[in-house]
Design a protein around this ligand. Structure first.
Ligand code: PGA
Length: 250
């Protein structure tokens, strides 16, 4: 199965820079690469449609409103609006949003349901802090974050639902620190076992994220348990990201 590679551009770029970077990526990448997602800042998601960019990649959002209706929700962007712009994936529960926007279980459940209801695949992020990792209770912590999924429509539907779960240890994000391959595999196996037990209708894609670079990407992507990577900083450097995306596609 081709691996899924997601670029999380966070709050970076400008209209000109993003257009230029996407065109450079499209010019240089291997045209066989189908499973690449660019999660652009919301305000630039419409650029692909407006500029009629012939994209071989998928579009992702970095967030989605918890509200599922049109109406008086100043500043919000709904799932339907994102779908209208061609968005297929939404990052939900990234540690930066949990930390800076106090996204709690109730909010995350609504966002996941809003994504699913609009045919957008959630990229649900989980990950522990360094103190939790050191206290060795990271599995309980991660279990708690996974249990949110059992309170969403994913748990009740009878139809097959696509779900991406990204393991992103907070201590690895933007730090240059990466867990050992054994540590990554341990958590990915834990995620897969959880999904098998509690979300039998979910078609799971399990990603690793946190300081993925063009140097370490191959080793991580070579792990059969890992279905892909979520890339922050290195995805902003188009030559680096193109090199990550060229994994096994030559
Ligand atoms: P990083 O970010 O690759 O810069 O560590 C990953 C992320 O936050 O998704």
């Amino acid at each position: 199965m081709a691996k899924l590679i997601v670029a999380n551009w966070k709050m970076n770029g400008s209209f000109t820079k993003i257009e230029e970077d996407l065109r450079t990526y499209l010019h240089n990448h291997n045209t066989n690469v189908k499973n690449v997602v660019f999660a652009l800042p919301n305000v630039y998601l419409g650029l692909i449609k407006c500029l009629k960019i012939d994209a071989s990649f998928k579009l992702g959002s970095q967030d989605i409103s918890k509200f599922d209706n049109v109406g008086a929700y100043t500043g919000e962007v709904s799932g339907a609006m994102l779908k209208d712009l061609g968005v297929d994936y939404a990052i939900i529960g990234h540690s930066e949003r949990r930390m800076y926007f106090n996204e709690n279980e109730d909010i995350l459940i609504k966002k996941i349901n809003n994504a699913i209801n609009n045919n957008i695949t959630p990229i649900y992020c989980i990950g522990e802090s360094i103190s939790v990792r050191k206290n060795k209770n990271y599995k309980d912590f991660l279990l708690n974050q996974l249990e949110v999924l059992t309170k969403t429509n994913i748990a009740v539907t009878k139809a097959e639902i696509k779900l991406v779960i990204a393991y992103e240890p907070i201590w690895a994000i933007g730090s240059g620190l990466v867990p050992s391959t054994e540590e990554i595999v341990e958590v990915i196996n834990f995620i897969n076992a959880f999904v098998q037990n509690y979300l039998p209708h979910a078609k799971i894609t399990a990603l690793y994220g946190g300081s993925v670079s063009k140097i370490n990407a191959k080793e991580i992507l070579d792990l059969p348990q890992v279905d892909g990577v979520l890339v922050g900083g290195a995805s902003l450097l188009i030559p680096d990201f193109t090199s990550i995306c060229s994994y096994k596609f030559e």
